[in-house]
Structure formats: C-alpha cells, structure tokens
Design a protein around this ligand. Structure first.
Ligand code: TMP
Length: 263
C-alpha cells in the first residue's frame, strides 16, 4: 500500500493517506514528549518497538473479540489501519495509584485500587488534556450515552485482558490510556466503535512484578535512563523482539534531548 499525503502529525506518530479512503498508514516516530511537549527527545528505536508492541497487543485483543483499527503492520515503523473518526477523549484506566492521581488527590503512591478506576480526559493540547466527567462528554456531544456505555465496557474488558497478559510475563499493569474512533464497517454498512491509536510502554505504566522497576515512559518523564532497554525488555518478555535482520538499520538506545523548558 503506497503512502500518500500526510494527513496529521502528532507528537509520536504521523498519519498518511492511502489510495483507499477508508485506510490510512500510521507511522511511529522516535520522538518522546512529556508534560505536553515541554520535555522532548529522540529516543532511537522507540518507534520500531512501539509499532511492534502495539501490533502484538492490538492483535491479541482482536483475537479476544475487541474490535480495533489495526489491519496489519507493514514495516518496522508503519501499520495499515482503518481511518477512524477519533473521539476527542482519552480513556484512562488505573489499577494502582500513581502519576496524576496521587498528585491530584493525595492518594498514596502504589495504593492498590479495589476496582479499576476509569477516568476521562478531553484531548486538547492547548488545555493540557484536562480531566472531565461523563456529563461534560454528554453536554458537549463528544460522545453519546450509548457510545460511552459501549466504550466503558470495552475498556474494562481490555483492562482484564491486558492485566492477565502482563501478569503472565511478570509485569503489573499499573494504568494506561486508550483512544477510540468510529470506522465504517463495509459488511454491516454501519459505523462501529474501534480501539484506535496505540497501546505501548508510551501509553501504559508497566512495573516489574517483583522489583516494581518501571518498564515504561516514566523512565523518560522522570529521567531514569535506559528507556529503550526497558521497552526492549517488555518486547522480549512478550516474545516479540524486533526482527534481527533489520535491527542494524536502527540506532538503538541513544536518547537525544531536544528541549526541556521549565514551566
Ligand atoms: P497520568 O497519571 O499522568 O494521568 O497518566 C495516566 C496514564 O495515561 C499513564 O499510563 C500514562 C498515560 N498517558 C498517556 O498515554 N498520554 C498522556 O498524555 C498522559 C498524560 C498519560
């Protein structure tokens, strides 16, 4: 499938048109950002790893009946995906308290939550993706009641499946962020809700079950170093290290800071 014009460039990915109006190409960059772009660096090899890890996770979810935008991975950095109308909402699930939850509400770091906590954030960089309630979503028409009901159910099911998948490889799924979109289903001739974007160590918090070592983007956010080694560790435990034959094409491991403005 040939790449057409660039449709959209985000912080970590680029979306390109294809000849088919219902399909686009998702390209994973090596760029890492935190604190809404205040901290920025190139982490060499990150895009390749996230492409592979996200492909694996979305395919595994799809085998369990979760509808996703993924058609197939087409090369080291790119996936062919269904074009989706993305809900302007980040859906966050928390199993253990950390990050903004502990800062916002003073819940002690590492508290095991009795049941998964669902949060919604409005996807708006200019506003720093603020936390919103279900009522905000309905009031402003970002999704309707039926859509939220379907998405909440899918999200909790995804949490169950991913928690099990990671537990099996000695990793605690602490929290994660997912996004959904609506795509056109040719068979039913209806729009349907699909899991979109990516699921990777960029969008999850993953702690080693025994040591609680962070194996995710917090290594970048908190300057803990060895970012790529942590992502590779996740890929290795999932049994999907990148193809040996192509690995020389990628400079693995170096982190090149781009900017870090203090707020
Ligand atoms: P938080 O504790 O910073 O709110 O993050 C919750 C989860 O969402 C965590 O797994 C990281 C993920 N996340 C993203 O994927 N993108 C973002 O922009 C933010 C703020 C968090």
């Amino acid at each position: 499938m040939n790449k057409g014009n660039k449709l959209y460039e985000g912080k970590a990915k680029i979306i390109y048109e294809t000849k088919d109006k219902n399909l686009v190409i998702q390209h994973f960059k090596d760029d890492a950002t935190a604190f809404n772009n205040l901290k920025k660096a190139k982490v060499e090899g990150k895009g390749v790893l996230n492409n592979r890890i996200s492909e694996y996770i979305l395919s595994s979810l799809s085998e369990c009946g979760i509808k996703t935008h993924l058609i197939k991975r087409i090369n080291m950095r790119e996936q062919l995906i269904k074009k989706a109308e993305i809900f302007p909402i980040e859906f966050i699930v928390r199993n253990i308290a950390t990050g903004s939850l502990t800062k916002r509400l003073g819940i002690p770091e590492g508290t095991n939550l009795e049941k998964p906590l669902l949060e919604y954030c409005y996807k708006k960089d200019e506003l720093n993706d603020p936390l919103i309630s279900r009522e905000h979503i309905l009031s402003f028409g970002w999704a309707n009641e039926k859509e939220i009901e379907v998405i909440d159910k899918m999200t909790l099911r995804i949490n169950d499946l991913l928690t099990g998948m990671f537990r099996a490889i000695g990793i605690k799924l602490v929290d994660f962020k997912i996004e959904y979109g609506k795509t056109w289903n040719k068979d039913t001739e209806k729009k349907e809700i699909v899991l979109a974007d990516e699921i990777s160590p960029d969008t999850c918090r993953l702690w080693d079950s025994k040591t609680e070592k962070k194996l995710d983007k917090d290594r970048f956010r908190k300057d803990l170093g060895n970012i790529i080694q942590a992502y590779q560790e996740v890929a290795r435990r999932l049994g999907i290290m990148p193809e040996e034959t192509n690995i020389s094409e990628v400079n693995f491991g170096k982190t090149i800071p781009i900017k870090f403005k203090k707020k």
